[in-house]
Design a protein. Structure first.
Length: 445
């Protein structure tokens, strides 16, 4: 049914870069045979999924929506794919090139349309994953979130997206953008599905040196227990100019609903928040400039046809293989790391990072979670902001502090604007508080 749906719908939506129909049918039949034989199957057995195209899938093209990896078929699978071995992969989802962007317009290959309004962007960078779930072209999808790339497309498409605690989900086999910020997480139609997928992909992995060695139970275990007595923080800096009044109203109405269900609303302050966006763009670009150095036209990926020397081979392969946004980040990052500027930019950004971590710690010492917007606007028109990188970056203001601090955040729908476009809200908690975030979100849903 999902493959049929992709067949009829994806021409219009463009959620997928690769559809692995034949392989999916084989996988489904094999799982069904095990079911018929009476085998006790895991909770997600046979459930069809879309996978962001920066997650390595053995034998299946993994392009990161870049010309640079247009021919890259990984010889191994990411740890998350091994953990989801009993699900059925439908295909690989479109994204901004190397996960850099907020609209999926930076894909080298195609435009993805928002299923809730076809002239609108689906958000990004996991726009294909969010659109696939919203259009019923997958039961769930995996995305990656470095500065909002799961939560913002979830908000734009009206689905549920989780950026887990840093270190909870293995990054082995995720093509790195900014290693100290990247996390893989689920996009689903509801909160319970989300908790189930996260339960399946979480866990220690010695192949990822930043993976946390810790046992996780079933993330859906606390669902249904309500929010009685929980303390919900509203930092006023999250509700200042720049935020669309309709979104502000929707979040404040959500706060009222939590209050009516027995939670206590605590107005608070997060003074460092204004420094988060510049710090994010310095840190993430610095890390990207280092991570993307591996794409040199030698080991794998795109190689320029014409070159006269090794230097020219590098230069031409990168010039032709990377798109404009990726080049912008590499240049920004190389500049921030260069001697003479390092202390002024990179070191400063690391210091800001510590202040942001402390700000969150202070709030979470007395509150269960922070309630905030995901993005300052709802999904806008395709092409509306693609001319202005800076304007696009500004849209990440509410999501990047979470990655900087490494804490979890769940994005879930909380209404619509006057045109019927979905509005999302974030529930942000302290590290490893995912069960509580799911519990609160489930009470709201
Ligand atoms: N929009 C942000 C950026 O362009 C976030 C990207 C992400 O989370 N991968 O960097």
């Amino acid at each position: 049914a999902y493959l049929d749906r992709i067949e009829t719908k994806d021409g219009e939506i463009g959620a997928y870069l690769t559809v692995t129909a034949e392989q999916a049918m084989k996988q489904a039949e094999a799982i069904d045979a095990r079911r018929i034989a009476g085998e006790a199957l895991p909770p997600l057995a046979g459930v069809p999924a879309g996978i962001k195209d920066n997650i390595c899938t053995k034998g299946t093209l993994t392009t990161c929506a870049s010309k640079m990896l247009g021919n890259f078929v990984p010889p191994y699978s990411a740890t998350v794919m091994e953990k989801l071995a009993d699900t059925v992969m439908l295909g690989k989802c479109n994204m901004d090139e190397f996960a850099m962007g907020s609209t999926t317009e930076n894909s080298y290959y195609k435009t993805t349309r928002n299923p809730r309004g076809l002239d609108r962007v689906p958000g990004g960078s996991s726009g294909g994953s969010a659109a696939a779930v919203a259009a019923n072209e997958a039961a769930f999808a995996l995305g990656s979130d470095t500065g909002g790339s799961i939560r913002q497309p979830a908000a734009f498409c009206g689905v549920v997206g989780m950026k887990p605690t840093y270190g909870m989900v293995s990054r082995y086999g995720l093509v790195a953008f900014a290693s100290s910020l990247d996390q893989i997480g689920p996009l689903t139609r509801d909160v319970r599905d989300n908790a189930l997928v996260l339960s399946a992909i979480a866990g220690h992995d010695r192949r990822d040196s930043t993976s946390v060695d810790r046992e996780y139970g079933d993330f859906s275990a606390e669902l249904g227990q309500g929010v009685q007595g929980m303390k919900v923080a509203l930092p006023h800096e999250y509700f200042t100019e720049g935020l669309s009044p309709e979104i502000k109203d929707a979040i404040l109405a959500a706060a009222k609903r939590f209050e009516a269900m027995g939670a206590q609303i605590v107005e608070t302050s997060m003074p460092t928040i204004s420094a988060a966006l510049p710090a994010y763009y310095i840190l993430s670009s610095a890390e990207a400039s280092s991570n993307l150095a591996r794409f040199d036209g030698v080991k794998y990926g795109y190689r320029a046809e014409h070159y006269g020397s090794v230097d020219e081979l590098y230069k031409n392969s990168r010039s032709e293989g990377f798109g404009p946004e990726v080049k912008r980040r590499i240049m920004l990052g190389s500049f921030a790391l260069s001697s003479g500027y390092y202390d002024a930019y990179y070191k400063k950004a690391l210091q800001v990072r510590t202040l942001i971590v402390r700000d969150f710690e202070r709030i979470f010492s007395t509150c269960d979670f922070i309630l905030s917007p995901v993005a300052p606007t709802v999904a806008y028109k395709i092409g509306e902001k693609s001319h202005s990188p800076l304007e696009m970056y500004m849209g990440d203001v509410y999501t990047v502090p979470i990655n900087i601090a490494g804490v979890p955040s769940l994005s879930l729908p909380c209404g619509c604007d006057r045109d019927g476009m979905p509005i999302g809200m974030q529930l942000i908690g302290k590290a490893f508080s995912e069960p509580r975030l799911y519990r609160a979100a489930y009470a709201f849903e």
